[in-house]
Ligand binder design. Structure first.
Ligand code: HMG
Ligand code: MG
Length: 302
């Protein structure tokens, strides 16, 4: 049975833009990011991961996140979230009043090392003081698990391994666990197996799915997740994105395509579809390339 309502977690301004190539050595400007975030909120997107507080040497596109958070005109109905890898990043996010934060671990040791330069255990130990402080301030913490189906370095990942990491993040206090198919390799069969293992340890209502579309399977995997009872879906406007540490990773599934699917299924999102398309075209023009969203391309052709 499908959910009647789905929450879209828009990750374009973070996951999307973090992997866009620099143009003439320059990152996309803070002003353009702010404009994108405001267009998304005008379109009715209620949760926007608006930046990350990571090393600017590792991820130059996110170097202006503090400026972005300080500049956006906030809509009280929208949650503006920040990705934070450690205490330093968390403190920077708090200094600019991020509404929520997201921490991130992985189901693969090699990926954890390459992505955040520490083991899964070490990453979890790093998050404990962050979660404790966030609790004091009433800041909600979302947790990501990367490589939930496969890893660019280790190949297939056992569903049980994903479930263990998800359970740890949940037990530590993450209110929602976003399950990331970082390299987009899953199909409904492997995704459903993974969801079965995870939901044995974390309530399904507290799970979200985060699909990259590298192998073109994201929409069908989302449909499988909806049938499984998941009602929170991460996506990126215009299909922006990828991950700098995952070779061959393409963008996240496009928000426009997900909303088209949900509209067709009669599932409520409260998103204005036309305004959403315009937000996608705005950022795509800034990046000098068309959206990878098929839906967006089809509407343009009409
Ligand atoms: P490290 O080198 O191990 O950290 O990096 P360190 O503590 O030794 O610090 C080294 C330098 O980084 C120092 O500067 C620190 O000040 C600085 P230096 O003295 O050399 O000038 N530093 C920081 N600067 C700014 N903000 C910070 C910060 N922390 C340290 N928060 C670190 C560890 C985690 C920082 C690094 O590995 C890093 O930034 N990695 C980037 C990770 C990242 O952004 N990955 C992409 C996001 S995850 C993702 O996309 C997956 C997801 O979408 C789900 C999915 O698809 O699966 C979520
Ligand atoms: Mg991602």
């Amino acid at each position: 049975q499908l959910p009647t309502k789905v929450k879209i977690v828009e990750v374009g301004p973070r996951d999307g833009l973090q992997n866009e190539a620099l143009i003439n050595g320059k990152a996309i400007s803070a002003a353009d990011k702010v404009a994108l975030i405001e267009l998304l909120s005008d379109a009715g997107v209620s949760y926007i991961e608006s930046g990350s507080f990571v090393s600017p040497k590792w991820v130059p596109q996110m170097a202006t996140s503090a400026e972005v958070f300080a500049t956006i005109k906030r809509n009280s109905k929208v949650v503006y979230a920040a990705l934070t890898p450690n205490m330093k990043g968390y403190e920077a996010a708090m200094a600019v009043n991020a509404d929520e934060i997201a921490i991130f671990s992985a189901a693969s040791e090699s990926f954890s090392q390459k992505n955040i330069n520490c083991s899964i255990e070490e990453s979890i130990a790093r998050f404990a003081p962050i979660i404790a402080d966030a609790k004091k301030r009433n800041i909600k913490v979302r947790g990501y698990v990367s490589c939930v189906v496969g890893c660019p370095y280790e190949g297939d990942i056992a569903p049980e391994q994903v479930a263990m990491v998800a359970q740890k993040l949940h037990a530590m206090g993450c209110y929602e666990i976003s399950l990331g198919d970082t390299i987009g390799i899953g199909t409904p069969a492997s995704v459903t197996k993974m969801l079965q293992a995870v939901s044995a340890r974390v309530p399904t209502a507290q799970l979200a799915v985060h699909f990259h579309d590298t192998y073109g399977q994201a929409l069908t995997n989302i449909y499988a997740a909806l049938q499984f009872g998941i009602s929170v879906v991460d996506s990126a406007i215009a299909g922006l994105g990828g991950c700098p540490y995952a070779k061959g990773a393409s963008g996240n599934v496009a928000t426009e395509d997900v909303v088209y699917l949900l509209n067709g299924l009669g599932i409520t999102t409260n998103i204005d579809f036309d305004k959403l398309l315009q937000a996608g075209w705005f950022i795509s023009k800034k990046l000098g390339k068309p959206p990878t969203s098929k839906v967006s391309t089809a509407y343009l052709a009409q």
